[in-house]
Design a protein around this ligand. Structure first.
Ligand code: SF4
Length: 287
C-alpha cells in the first residue's frame, strides 16, 4: 500500500515583521508617488520578489547619486549609513525609512556608546549592509568581529560597548563576547539580536528532527536563509535551499515520508504557495 507524503510547514515562515513593514512602505510609495521609486541595493534578499518589484517600477540603485533630485528613495530594513541621509537631504530626495525598528535600536546603542567615549565593537559580518550602517552610526572607528579568533586580537582596550548584528546566532555571539572580555576591561554588551530570527532557527531545528527532507525557501544571497539551511543540515537531515519552484527535483522525495518547509525572513507568501503547488504537482507517494 502507498501512503501520501506529508508536508509540514514551520510555524515561522514568510516575511518577518521588519520585512513586512518595508514591503508596506514600498507599496505606499508606489501608491502615493507612482513609479519609479528607488531602493538602495535590493530592498530584500530574495531575487524572485526583487524581480517582481522591478516590473512594477521599483529600481535598485548602488548609491543615492543615482536617484534623481526630488525622487523617492526607500531605505531598506537593514538601514543605511548616516552620510546617505545627509546626501538625500541635500539633494531633496524624499526618503521613506523602512529601517527595521530592531536595527534602529542597534544604531542608537552604537551612537550612544560612541558619545560616551566607548569603542564600539559590532559582532557580525563586516560585509553585511546592516553592520556597515550600524558602524556608520557609531561615529567612526567601530571594530567589527565575527568570531572568537578575531576577538582574540582586539585591543587591549579600556572601555568598549558591544552591539550584535540582529541575525547573528546567539550561541556564537556568546563565544565571541567571552573572548572580548579577556581583551577589554570595561565592556558593556547590548544584546541586539532579533528574536524573530532566533525563533525561526529554533523552529527549523525542531522541524528538521521530524522530517526526512527540509526545503528552505529563500534567496541564496540571504544570510538568514543560508543559516537556516546550516541549522537543518546540522541536524543530519537532507536540506535543500530552494530559490524558485523550478529548482525542485522530484527525485529528492524518493522513499521519504515527510517534507519540512521553512523560509528565510524575506520570502514572500506567493513564493511559498508556488513551491507548495509544485510539490502538489509531483506524484508524492511513498511505497
Ligand atoms: S530579521 Fe528581525 S531585525 Fe531583521 S528585518 Fe526582520 S524583524 Fe527586523
Amino acid at each position: 500500500m502507498k501512503r501520501a507524503i506529508e508536508i509540514i510547514r514551520s510555524p515561522h515562515a514568510g516575511y518577518c515583521f521588519g520585512v513586512k513593514r518595508a514591503m508596506r512602505l514600498i507599496e505606499q510609495g508606489l501608491a502615493d508617488y507612482g513609479a519609479p521609486i528607488y531602493t538602495l541595493g535590493d530592498v530584500i534578499h530574495n531575487p524572485p520578489e526583487v524581480e517582481r518589484l522591478r516590473s512594477r517600477g521599483v529600481r535598485s540603485v548602488a548609491s543615492a547619486a543615482e536617484v534623481p533630485e526630488g525622487g523617492v528613495l526607500v531605505l531598506r530594513a537593514h538601514g543605511v549609513h548616516p552620510d546617505l541621509l545627509r546626501e538625500a537631504e541635500r539633494r531633496r530626495i524624499r526618503v521613506l525609512d523602512a529601517t527595521c525598528p530592531f536595527v534602529q535600536r542597534s544604531q542608537q546603542f552604537a551612537g550612544r556608546f560612541g558619545e560616551e567615549g566607548r569603542r564600539v565593537v559590532i559582532i557580525g559580518d563586516p560585509e553585511h549592509p546592516e553592520v556597515r550602517a550600524v558602524a556608520g552610526h557609531a561615529g567612526g572607528g567601530a571594530l567589527i568581529v565575527r568570531n572568537p579568533e578575531e576577538a582574540a586580537v582586539v585591543g587591549p582596550l579600556d572601555r568598549a560597548g558591544v552591539v550584535i548584528q540582529t541575525t547573528f546566532p546567539r550561541d556564537e555571539a556568546e563565544i565571541v563576547i567571552r573572548a572580548l572580555r579577556g581583551r577589554i576591561s570595561d565592556l558593556l554588551v547590548n544584546d541586539t539580536i532579533c528574536e524573530a530570527t532566533e525563533a525561526r532557527r529554533e523552529a527549523a531545528l525542531a522541524l528538521a528532527r521530524r522530517v526526512d527532507i527540509v526545503l528552505v525557501i529563500g534567496g541564496r544571497n540571504s544570510s538568514n536563509t543560508r543559516r537556516l539551511l546550516e541549522v537543518c543540515a546540522g541536524a543530519g537531515v537532507d536540506s535543500r535551499l530552494v530559490e524558485s519552484p523550478e529548482e525542485i527535483d522530484p527525485s529528492w522525495f524518493d522513499g521519504i515520508e515527510r517534507i519540512g518547509i521553512t523560509t528565510g525572513t524575506s520570502t514572500p507568501d506567493w513564493l511559498i504557495d508556488a513551491v507548495l503547488a509544485r510539490l502538489d504537482a509531483i506524484p508524492r507517494e511513498t511505497p
